[in-house]
Write a protein that binds this ligand. Structure first.
Ligand code: SF4
Length: 503
């Protein structure tokens, strides 16, 4: 009988991609997707360890699935990804009903491990080596890059895909658990990446996003030549049928002039650069071991502004890091007010076991102060984002239509819950759609459903802090006035908690 799988994903794009690949591998072995944990033969949680909150969510989910496991002992429960690598046996100590604990460097083993558990082989823990205690290349070999054949049905949309350029990270920022759970930085060969992109485009993909923990640190040495990210972008830009290329996340010191020039000169590369500053104070950046000063960050930003005046630059910030004073926090506020970021992802510091900050620095900023600083920074960024977005009113923007807007999704979900599932929806129904510009700005507009996956020109009529709204240019697609559906502004998508597949 066909086995059914349910997977929940928490965390970054790396995890979204890993889930796609795990699901694809199991589907090739005959598995199908379940509609929920209650009807699945295997339930997986692909986990994140970057913040305590993400881990708490998984332990809560494991508490809930325990009842399902009690009813159906044959159910396979698996914890995959970063938390599996970090907590290892602790997961089974806290949740003994978990059958599989599989780190991000061992995901290629999942199909065999599931088969083994189903055959009565008992629980399995498969993780990579710790970062201490062995030679770097030995540790690196224990983290296998997991990039098997793709499965278009498993992506959040058929026309967008992530491609991994490298795994791991060697920067060891004091607050970050990633180098410990994702292992040493290891690049994939450029030929492999280009071949994967070419195949994805042949399957209908129009936008690819290259992902790496520090994607712009990409280096691949081959026959005396070193291939950088700029070289890779040049090759990808030449793929017929591909419309857009993005890359995340960037490390400020590796935002080199050749890369900025590549973004400027290659027509398919989006003018969107996510370059986390993390803080505005040199003293805090030093405590964070980020490896640059705020002056160096601003020099990099000045070069970006000079070469790419319309680029959207975005950042991450941590508030309440160890010892952060009011004056130090003010420097971050000043940076946000002056740097013109399109948006920022703002997080309260969360100490992570295994990191230098956890071991050596007290988590001494009270939670209430962290909360206040978080709110103040969010408000400052919202003002900057709104001002930035208003500059687009009256312009025409090319938009890749990603799907229904959040408002429309909620409307359809409510209709379905009320028993009016959109079974008779047609491609010509006018609904509120959502897409992104070349500089990653969200645009909502009313248009027929059939435009999803297409590039359309949209005249921008209004702006909110996190999105723009408009009408399809030249009356294409029977665009109707926005007032028919209302517009209050999308909320910025931030924490990724995704259940695959979405369709
Ligand atoms: S660069 Fe720093 S913050 Fe980014 S993944 Fe590496 S250690 Fe973590």
């Amino acid at each position: 009988m066909t086995k059914r799988l349910w997977i929940e994903t928490v965390g970054c794009q790396m995890n979204v991609l890993d889930s796609e690949l795990v699901v694809a591998a199991l589907r090739r072995q005959g598995w199908e997707m379940a509609r929920g944990a209650a009807e699945a033969d295997a339930v997986f949680y692909n986990t994140c360890s970057v913040r305590q909150h993400a881990e708490d969510k998984i332990y809560s989910a494991l508490g809930r699935v325990r009842f399902e496991k009690a009813k159906r002992p044959g159910l396979v429960v698996g914890v995959l990804g970063c938390m599996a690598q970090k907590d290892q046996e602790l997961i089974r100590t806290r949740a003994p009903w978990v059958d599989l604990v599989v780190g991000p460097g061992q995901l290629h083993q999942v199909p065999a491990l599931v088969a083994d558990v189903l055959a009565g082989g008992g629980p399995r823990i498969e993780v990579s080596l710790e970062r201490k205690g062995a030679a770097r290349d030995v540790i690196a070999r224990s983290f296998e890059s997991y990039d098997p054949d793709r499965d278009p049905a498993m992506r959040p949309t058929p026309f967008q895909a992530f491609i991994r350029t490298q795994t791991g990270c060697d920067k060891f920022c004091a607050f970050c658990v990633v180098p410990h759970v994702r292992g040493p930085e290891q690049a994939r060969a450029p030929d492999t990446i280009v071949a994967e992109a070419t195949k994805l485009v042949a399957e209908g993909c129009r936008e690819i996003t290259l992902i790496g923990q520090t994607v712009n640190s990409y280096r691949w040495s081959d026959g005396g030549k070193t291939h950088r990210l700029s070289d890779l972008l040049l090759r990808l830009d030449g793929i017929d049928g591909l419309d857009r290329i993005k890359f995340v996340t960037n490390y400020p010191r590796d935002m080199t002039p050749d890369l900025i020039a590549a973004v400027r000169d290659l027509p398919k590369v989006c003018h969107y650069l996510h370059v986390p500053a993390q803080h505005g104070s040199d003293a805090v950046l030093a405590r964070m071991k980020r490896g640059y000063t705020i002056g160096q960050y601003m020099e990099m930003l000045a070069l970006v502004r000079e070469e790419l005046p319309h680029a959207a630059v975005t950042s991450d910030f941590i508030v309440g890091f160890c010892g952060e004073t009011d004056a130090e926090f003010e420097t971050t506020l000043d940076l946000v007010r002056s740097a013109g970021f399109k948006n920022s992802f703002i997080f309260k510091y969360s100490p992570r076991p295994g990191t230098k900050a956890f071991e050596r620095l007290p988590d001494d900023v009270p939670e209430e102060v962290k909360r206040q600083r978080n709110q103040a920074l969010l408000e400052a960024q919202a003002d900057v984002s709104l001002a930035g977005n208003r500059r687009f009113i009256g312009t025409r923007q090319q938009v890749l239509v990603e799907g229904l807007s959040t408002r429309e999704e909620k409307r359809e979900a409510a209709a379905a819950a009320a028993g009016a599932a959109p079974a008779d929806a047609t491609p010509d129904d006018v609904v509120q759609l959502s897409g992104r510009t070349m500089c990653d700005r969200i645009v909502v507009f009313d248009a027929p459903r059939r435009l999803v996956g297409r590039l359309v020109d949209v005249d921008i009529l209004d702006a909110a802090a996190w999105s723009l709204s408009g009408v399809v240019a030249d009356g294409l697609a029977d665009a109707v006035p926005l007032t028919s559906l209302g517009f209050t502004g999308e909320t910025e998508p931030e924490v990724h908690s995704i259940t695959l597949p979405r369709r």
